[in-house]
Design a protein around this ligand. Structure first.
Ligand code: NAP
Ligand code: F7E
Length: 351
């Protein structure tokens, strides 16, 4: 039985990856951090919690990472843990740099000291590019122009992974993944924010939702498809970097229009723009070219944009209906505060 360690196992990708690897017969270890309120709902939702080994560790605590590698003795490490929300990286740029940037070096150092034969996956991102010419989708050789503290920290993570690969001969890969979504996506990200709001509004639980830049365009795929690509990267003879995307770009407005129309509503009656959800800098347009992943790994996306919209709003609607029927089950949305309570840094400046 192969052993694997996943950092960020409580997040969207970590949960789906853990399920994928358990189904492949792996013994799965994950690191989690102590929080005042436990955050295992995704692992419980996928019904895999009891099949995992969990080790307490934190990206800012080097000793805890070394210990995690010692305890789990993995053949593969998937490094998914990060402060992953771009908007928050403007609010908390220094802790984002610590966790999303330096955290990568801490885990690479832990591997280098304990066993350099461990294969390593770094969760790199399309945010590295920052800018996409509309006539040419982005590929592994496209220039990087980060537009946020999050993207700058990820740029550091990208290069330190490359440096450990070249400098120490470690098997270390960057998966440059474009946005990927699912019913397990965090509620602060725009797709789930909209699917959750459309579901609630259709059931009479809410009237409207406030968002930021409706014109931003993203290349959105389905998270379970994308975690498979992570595993594929670590099964090759040689380590390399890969773009994982759908080669299609859609606007936030289009997502809103489709998600509300799935529940029989017009988004223009319910979606408002509030400047607090604008970012000091935003990435306007992203589209990725996944040719290399297709040709070398045999990877391709299975779920298209329309199906992604449908499955997300259907899942949220079903969960709210179960909640209305008094059922109890692991789920994030019941505890989520109304978004108007969040004050952004830009809004605080104008007060
Ligand atoms: P996510 O849902 O936000 O999950 C992030 C995970 O990191 C959570 O398990 C979180 O733990 C953990 N974490 C954060 N800070 C930590 C710390 N100091 N110590 C230990 N663990 C910590 O993110 P995701 O969507 O699954 O994304 C996974 C990775 O891929 C991230 O690195 C993200 O930046 C990157 N990425 C995501 C996308 C995308 O579209 N989803 C695209 C490209 C790259 P808690 O549960 O305790 O908060
Ligand atoms: O924003 C716009 C927003 O927060 C997408 C992370 O997983 O993918 C994710 O980063 C777009 C942006 O994702 C709202 O301005 C409008 O242009 O869902 P998002 P993201 O910033 O693209 C990349 C690949 C990662 O690596 C990250 O970890 O939508 N937008 N109105 C809004 N976004 C949010 N969150 N909320 C709004 O109200």
């Amino acid at each position: 039985m192969k052993r694997v360690l996943i950092t960020g196992i409580t997040g969207q990708d970590g949960a789906y990856l853990a399920k994928f690897l358990l189904d492949k017969g792996y013994e799965v270890f994950g690191i989690y951090r102590r929080l005042s309120t436990p955050n295992f709902w995704r692992l419980q939702y996928l019904d895999i919690f009891d099949r995992l080994h969990l080790i307490g560790a934190d990206l800012i605590d080097e000793g805890s990472l070394i210990e995690a590698i010692h305890i789990s003795q993995p053949e593969e490490v998937y490094h998914l843990a990060a402060q992953s929300f771009v908007w928050s990286s403007f609010e908390e740029p220094i802790s984002t740099a610590e966790m999303t940037g330096l955290g990568v070096t801490r885990i690479l150092e832990a591997i280098r000291h304990v066993n350099r034969d461990i294969r390593f996956y770094q969760a790199s991102t399309s945010e590295l590019f920052g800018y996409s010419p509309e006539d040419e989708p982005l590929h592994e050789g496209s220039p990087f122009q980060p537009q946020s503290p999050y993207a700058a920290a990820k740029l550091y993570g990208y290069w330190i992974t490359t440096i450990y690969r070249k400098g120490y001969g470690m098997y270390a890969c960057n998966g440059i993944l474009f946005n990927h979504e699912s019913p397990l996506r965090g509620l602060e990200f725009i797709t789930r924010k909209l699917s959750n709001a459309a579901a609630r509004i259709s059931l009479g639980l809410q009237k409207e939702i406030s968002v930021g830049n409706l014109d931003a365009m993203r290349d959105w795929g389905f998270a379970p498809d994308y975690v498979e690509s992570m595993w594929m990267m670590l099964q090759e003879d040689e380590p390399d970097d890969y773009v994982v995307a759908t080669n299609e770009s859609h606007s936030v407005r289009e997502f809103a229009e489709k998600v509300f129309s799935r529940v029989g509503l017009d988004y223009r009656d319910h979606v408002k723009v509030d400047k607090k959800f604008l970012r000091p800098l935003d990435v306007r347009y992203l589209r990725g070219d996944y040719r290399k992943a297709r040709e070398k790994l045999g990877w391709r996306p299975k779920v298209n944009f329309d199906d992604l919209v449908s499955l997300m709003v259907k899942a949220d609607q079903e969960r709210w209906k179960r909640w209305m029927n008094g059922e109890q089950f692991p789920w994030d949305a019941i505890h989520y505060p109304h978004e108007n309570q969040f004050l952004s840094r830009s809004e605080r400046i104008t007060r």
